[in-house]
Design a protein around this ligand. Structure first.
Ligand code: SF4
Ligand code: FES
Length: 250
């Protein structure tokens, strides 16, 4: 099929795969079990196109796989040395822009940023560390917000709006001054209507939103990315990208 608005086939790294009407290249790749590195994308949420990690070459031009609609006959290159080098550079920049000190972070082993860095063979941050000083909000009894680790992916913003039916988070400012804010006149998480059972409280790919009191329930070595490569977790819905934990869990 070739008419616009219908399904068809595309090729990714030489592999022909089908797509359905309305699917993006990322949707089609995930459905076919092909991993394209990504951070700001989760199936079921509106694509955001901000992290650029999913950049692929489509018929010779770079595009974000999570936002570009699949179209019949597209030739997509993803797993190339050049694209993976760009992805590694983006990942290094994300690391130095925040305080991603993995050995001291309770998200280690469940962190998608860390897992992507391993996947891409990142050995160091390469760039000078920013060491940003952003406010930690521990006001909520069940949830802590450590903005130093926020990569501004807006997954929590979208999950709160599109799944939880709330509007707890937003990004304020631009560039180096951008930061996550919460929807309360006081600016404190405790004064929002977030609950520990909200998807937004669990979707953070890094350690910026954490459920209190559950940090080391799963020992290092048995966490999601200790036992699975991010490429498996990213394409297999049975493997959680976010380990669900609730404040009232035993
Ligand atoms: Fe993304 Fe987490 Fe920052 Fe929300 S707090 S924008 S989910 S990194
Ligand atoms: Fe596509 Fe982030 S996953 S831009």
């Amino acid at each position: 099929m070739s008419a616009e608005g219908k399904g068809g086939t595309i090729s990714i790294d030489g592999q022909e795969i089908p797509f359905e009407a309305g699917q993006t290249i990322m949707d089609a790749a995930l459905a076919a079990g092909i991993y394209i590195p990504h951070l700001c994308h989760r199936p079921g949420l509106t694509p955001h196109g901000s992290c650029r990690l999913c950049t692929v070459e489509v018929d010779g031009r770079n595009a974000a796989a999570c936002t570009l609609p699949a179209a019949d006959g597209q030739h997509v290159d993803s797993n190339t040395v050049a694209l993976n080098e760009v992805r590694k550079t983006i990942t290094q920049m994300l690391f130095v822009e925040g305080n991603h000190l993995c050995p001291g972070c309770e998200k280690s082993g469940d962190c998608t940023l860390q897992a992507v860095a391993y996947y891409l063979g990142m050995l160091d941050g390469h760039f000078p560390q920013f060491y940003p000083r952003r406010e930690v909000d521990a006001s909520h009894p069940d949830i802590v917000l450590d903005r130093d680790r926020c990569i501004l992916c807006e997954l929590c913003v979208r999950a709160s709006r599109q799944i939880d039916g709330k509007d707890v988070f937003a990004i304020s400012g631009r560039g180096i001054h951008a930061s996550l804010i919460v929807n309360a006149p006081s600016g404190r998480l405790v004064d929002t209507d977030i609950a520990a059972t909200d998807v937004a409280a669990h979707i953070c790919p890094v350690g910026a939103i954490l459920i209190k009191g559950h940090g080391f329930e799963v020992p290092i070595g048995r966490r999601t990315f200790d036992t699975h490569r991010v490429s498996e977790a990213g394409r297999d819905a049975r493997l959680p990208l976010v380990r669900p934990r609730h404040a009232d869990e035993e």
